[in-house]
Design a binder for this molecule. Structure first.
Ligand SMILES: CC(C)(COP(=O)(O)OP(=O)(O)OC[C@H]1O[C@@H](n2cnc3c(N)ncnc32)[C@H](O)[C@@H]1OP(=O)(O)O)[C@@H](O)C(=O)NCCC(=O)NCCS
Length: 182
């Protein structure tokens, strides 16, 4: 599967394929990009396994996981990764996760990516609530989600078992009708 699922001006989203393990390792294997993630930098082999699981999950019915490669719209190279995970018990809700290769940070791409995920989730998947959890210290993620319209809802204490101990999460969410009204 290498279908493009959503197009923005600067970024496109397409289904992850097994050949994406190397470009995704530039994010999941990078110490700066994984600083606020709940796992230490991953090896190429570990990323390949994550990609295999994502490809298998795409075939499940009903589908719950969308693991997407983030493409630079100009040259179609993979510069990031995004995940949208639908809640099994509440299929109107999904959690998003995202990461860009560090050499693309600080130019508004992260904010664009959050906007694109909201468009994909609300318009194409028909979701009603899309939420994301970030580390309290993750300022770029906070600003990207706020600017894209994801309201800060509160803090879950000791939500994540991070490599260096328990970590709180701050929850952001967008609701479909508020999002359409923006
Ligand atoms: C989160 C992430 C996608 C943001 O990407 P980005 O392209 O740098 O984001 P943007 O350029 O859209 O910047 C978003 C905001 O953060 C600010 N910002 C970016 N880098 C910053 C930094 N190092 N320090 C302070 N502010 C920063 C920008 O100025 C912008 O603020 P503004 O909206 O007030 O202008 C990127 O940092 C990343 O991939 N991080 C690693 C993975 C990760 O943490 N994912 C989030 C999990 S919730």
């Amino acid at each position: 599967m290498c279908e493009v699922v959503c197009k923005g001006e600067r970024l496109w989203l397409r289904e992850v394929t097994e050949s994406d393990a190397a470009p995704l390792h530039a994010i999941y294997g990078d110490p700066a990009a994984t600083q606020h993630m709940p796992f230490p930098p991953r090896t190429v082999g570990q990323v390949a396994e994550v990609v295999r699981e994502a490809v298998a999950a795409a075939a499940e019915k009903p589908r719950r996981l969308y693991a997407l490669a983030v493409l630079d719209a100009h040259d179609r190279s993979v510069i990031g990764v995004a995940r949208l995970h639908i809640d099994a018990e509440r299929p109107h809700c999904a959690e998003i996760g995202l990461g860009l290769r560090p050499d693309h940070w600080g130019r508004g791409m992260g904010t664009d990516l959050v906007r694109l995920l909201l468009t994909f989730g609300f318009k194409q998947l028909g979701l009603h609530r899309i939420w994301g959890a970030r580390a309290p210290a993750n300022l770029p993620a906070q600003l990207a989600m706020l600017t894209a319209g994801m309201v800060e809802e509160g803090r879950l204490r000791h939500h994540v078992a991070a490599p260096d101990g328990w970590r709180d999460s701050v929850i952001h969410a967008a609701i479909e009708d508020e999002w359409r009204g923006r």
